[in-house]
Design a binder for this molecule. Structure first.
Ligand code: AMP
Length: 285
């Protein structure tokens, strides 16, 4: 097996990817912010299975964090990430600097407009999706992948990226992979490292409330407002938890539903102390 290359410079990353494409190789791309966990690794493994060349980007993108969010303290562990990528047979780790991605004078933004980016995460984190779609566009332009892998954990993000790829006729196919969870159900997340002591225990409330919603729906409850108020009461019993939002929504548009029919997605954002976590579950009748 060829050695994995860690590339920091945009021009060389482009060169390697163009070369691979010219050689007829299928390129799979996994964009991440690093501090890799099993969720990321599941995307990497899928890319490894599907593609000839696997590129993993590791870039904590400043433009998708709002003022007062956790950009500065976001976990960074490039050397450990490199070891994990190497173990998974990744071909290229692309770890550019902020200075190279957003040099002085940088002024171009890619924004998906409309409700999809204004509700839920968009409402609570203004500018977040603009930062995501901008960096993802830049990364797609650099890597030019045939396939790009995203996690269902960030459900709204996957919808926004798919919308952008379709609207801008981008030449990559978006593959969305299921959420990987810890043994107790907590969705794997780089931010879980903030959960010390009793916060880690309290964080179980997110998955537990999704399971609660599933049970209610499977038991025949069709009224979304009754499910939502039951979930709110359920989460309130956890003293460290504060709900940012909780919704029962259409899986394609994320617009709230009143009556459950077909498939719904339950999506929520909850603060455990000062740690903001998101999770979701698709539930089919
Ligand atoms: P991040 O590093 O948090 O920006 O995540 C990079 C990619 O990994 C995104 O597409 C996420 O949706 C995906 N991801 C994060 N956590 C999980 C998880 N628990 N299961 C599956 N995919 C995940």
């Amino acid at each position: 097996m060829k050695n994995m290359l860690v590339i920091k410079d945009i021009a060389s990353m482009k060169k390697w990817c163009r070369k691979a494409k010219e050689e007829g190789k299928i390129i799979g791309f996994v964009p991440t912010m690093g501090a890799l966990h099993e969720g990321h690794l599941s995307l990497i493994r899928k890319a490894r299975k599907d593609c000839d060349v696997v590129v993993v980007s590791i870039f904590v993108n400043p433009t998708q964090f709002g003022p007062g969010e956790d950009f500065e303290r976001y976990p960074r562990n490039l050397s450990q990430d490199i070891i994990l990528c190497e173990k998974e047979g990744v071909d290229f780790v692309f770890a550019p600097s902020s200075k190279d991605m957003y040099p002085e004078g940088y002024s171009t933004w890619v924004e998906v407009s409309g409700k999809l980016t204004q509700i839920l995460e968009g409402a609570h984190r203004p500018g977040h999706f603009r930062g995501v779609t901008t960096v993802v566009t830049k990364l797609f332009n650099i890597v030019d992948p045939h396939y790009s892998y995203f996690g269902e954990k960030d459900y709204q993000q996957a919808l926004v990226v798919k919308r952008m790829v379709e609207d801008l006729n981008m030449d990559t196919q978006i593959v969305v992979m299921p959420t990987v969870r810890e043994r107790d159900g907590l969705a794997c997340s780089s931010r879980n490292s903030y959960l010390t002591g009793e916060k880690r225990e309290a964080a179980r409330i997110l998955y537990k409330s999704l399971v609660e919603a599933k049970k209610m729906i499977e038991n025949g409850e069709k009224d979304a407002s009754r499910i939502l108020s039951a979930l709110e009461n359920f989460i309130k019993k956890e003293p460290l938890a504060r709900i940012d939002y909780i919704t029962l929504a259409d899986p394609k548009t994320l617009e709230p539903v009143k009556k459950i029919k077909g498939e719904v997605v339950v999506a929520l954002a909850v603060k455990i102390g000062d740690v903001r976590l998101i999770d979701n579950m698709r539930i089919k009748l």
